[in-house]
Design a protein around this ligand. Structure first.
Ligand SMILES: *[C@@H]1O[C@H](CO)[C@@H](O)[C@H](O)[C@H]1NC(C)=O
Ligand SMILES: *[C@@H]1O[C@H](CO)[C@@H](O)[C@H](O)[C@H]1NC(C)=O
Ligand SMILES: *[C@@H]1O[C@H](CO)[C@@H](O)[C@H](O)[C@H]1NC(C)=O
Ligand SMILES: *[C@@H]1O[C@H](CO)[C@@H](O)[C@H](O)[C@H]1NC(C)=O
Ligand SMILES: *[C@@H]1O[C@H](CO)[C@@H](O)[C@H](O)[C@H]1NC(C)=O
Length: 468
């Protein structure tokens, strides 16, 4: 009797110790915010799938045997003899003439030519192999060469970048920007040009026409003046401002072009990552994307998107480097480094009319509206808790303030990443809870009331129908 009592005491002691260890593990792998349910899941995945994960995730360098390839182009030049930027064709001769950027007719022709020729730089050197496990990186850029240069410098250091296809989508044709793109010698890269830019349509729609109604004119007055689009101010009574409409046009045109216009990507089923020109990337961003993809299959099969960046002021890599949050898409939180495949494009296409007529000039608010009101079951996603992307252009396009030195910001980010290098390349990522942010259908900000914008936007989707 005594003996058995002692034995059960010992059992209790051992159990307590085990529980204590489990709790410590829990602290290590989950944030305090994590819900009980997700804790359990993360622990299960920890013990259950660990070995398999590591194996799968570390095979990033090799082509996984399950991958279906849609493009396979072998490199032409020997790695050893190809010097940096030493392509077999001289850079200048490769594709663009030095046309004057004030000649809009010449620009239209040149851009049409580039968009149809679809030249890929550095193909000789790296070849191209695209499949279900690949990543195509798309950068939307405006006219900020100093930022584009920063982003490309960070991309150069990204592990496995040479296996991606980089697509740079411009809405300004400039020799300076072209020259910056020509410095890319670390991966295959293609330039595409938004063909309805204000640069090319400076005095006509989608640029500003001399007879466009001024923003603040009253509708009655506008009708008397018979200015363009007098009938259709936005929901706040304001008329169109061309410079604010371009980014949404460019964004949706670019998606259409990437998924349906670029011949190399016709049958591409892998992922596409969307970036903007004022980002700085962590060198493990591609690695992390592959990790997230594996996690999505196990922990969130209904997630449609992976998001590599967040805007949190304090980034703690020691605690959050391998942690992921599950959430529904919110424009202000999840618009940095969105990564998804053709199926999300199909979802957006199904909602083309909603996208084109929602009275908001921001593509991301528009997308949130689609997620809430049009795309079935909303857009669910996994987002890195420790950001792999930093927004260095925080001062915005129009403000030029003294405390907004991108170089200083970059130095700060580089220091942070260097200090945390040992927490990058996590060999295991886990879901540390679900976002509890309240979801709502966003109230439109206006700026997108002009029927000409709606129609041009619809035209991108219809171009598709004509081409296919
Ligand atoms: C190509 O060259 C780089 C360095 O220039 C080297 O790191 C890499 O291993 C080489 N790749 C092959 C396939 O030889
Ligand atoms: C670049 O290519 C030329 C020949 O096309 C060769 O003579 C030269 O050595 C190469 N430069 C480097 C740095 O490999
Ligand atoms: C473009 O600018 C140059 C001078 O910078 C001028 O000579 C030329 O006429 C301009 N062309 C057009 C089409 O405006
Ligand atoms: C594309 O993503 C969806 C989830 O949004 C997934 O169900 C589908 O399997 C993915 N397609 C491929 C080819 O991986
Ligand atoms: C596409 O074009 C056809 C006619 O050419 C038109 O009936 C249809 O409404 C258009 N679709 C969209 C989404 O604008």
């Amino acid at each position: 009797m005594r003996l058995s009592l002692r034995r059960s005491l010992r059992l209790v002691l051992v159990t307590t110790m085990l529980v204590f260890i489990m709790l410590n593990l829990h602290v290590l792998y989950n944030t305090p915010a994590a819900t009980a349910a997700s804790d359990k899941k993360s622990l299960v995945s920890l013990s259950g799938n660990h070995g398999l994960d590591v194996h799968v995730q570390h095979s990033v360098k090799m082509v996984p045997s399950t991958q279906r390839l849609s493009v396979l182009i072998a490199p032409k030049v020997n790695n050893a003899t190809a010097g940096r930027g030493n392509s077999s064709v001289p850079a200048k001769g490769r594709y663009h003439r030095n046309i004057p950027t004030n000649d809009s007719e010449a620009l239209k022709l040149e851009v049409a030519r580039i968009n149809s020729e679809q030249y890929v730089h550095n193909l000789d050197r790296y070849g191209l192999s695209l499949g279900t496990g690949s990543l195509v990186i798309v950068i939307q850029t405006h006219d900020r060469p100093e930022y584009l240069k920063i982003l490309l410098d960070s991309l150069r250091k990204v592990q496995d970048i040479e296996r991606s296809l980089l697509v740079i989508s411009h809405d300004v044709y400039s020799h300076q920007l072209n020259e910056i793109v020509e410095t890319v010698d670390f991966c295959p890269v293609m330039q595409i040009f938004f063909p309805y830019s204000q640069q090319m349509y400076a005095h006509e729609f989608p640029g500003e026409h001399p007879n466009d109604c001024p923003r603040n004119v009253k509708k009655a007055e506008a009708l008397l003046k018979k200015c363009n689009n007098a009938e259709h101010p936005d929901k706040y009574g304001h008329y169109r401002e061309a410079k604010y409409c371009q980014a949404k046009h460019h964004w949706i045109w670019k998606l259409q072009h990437v998924f349906e216009g670029i011949n190399l990507l016709r049958d591409y089923e892998g992922e596409v990552m969307l970036l903007e020109d004022d980002y700085y990337l962590s060198e493990d961003i591609i690695f992390s994307t592959h990790m997230l993809r594996g996690l999505k299959e196990r922990e969130c099969p209904d997630c449609r998107m992976l998001v590599l960046g967040n805007y949190d002021k304090n980034q703690n890599y020691a605690i959050n480097g391998a942690k992921v949050e599950r959430a529904y898409w919110i424009s202000s939180k999840h618009n940095m480094g969105m990564t998804f495949n053709r199926s999300v494009w199909q979802d957006i296409k199904t909602c083309a009319n909603e996208f084109c007529s929602f009275d908001d000039y921001n593509w991301d608010w528009t997308l949130q509206h689609l997620s809430m009101k049009c795309i079935p079951n909303k857009v669910r996603l996994l987002v890195m808790k420790a950001s792999r992307i930093f927004h260095v252009g925080e001062c915005g396009m129009h403000k030029k303030s003294k405390n907004c030195d991108p170089k200083a910001k970059v130095r700060q980010v580089e220091t942070k990443l260097a200090e945390n290098h040992k927490h990058l390349y996590p060999n295991m990522v886990s879901v540390a809870g679900d976002s509890r942010l309240k979801l709502r259908d966003p109230k439109p900000n206006g700026g997108w009331g002009d029927l000409r914008d709606h129609n041009l936007c619809r035209k991108y989707f219809n171009l598709t129908a004509a081409v296919r």
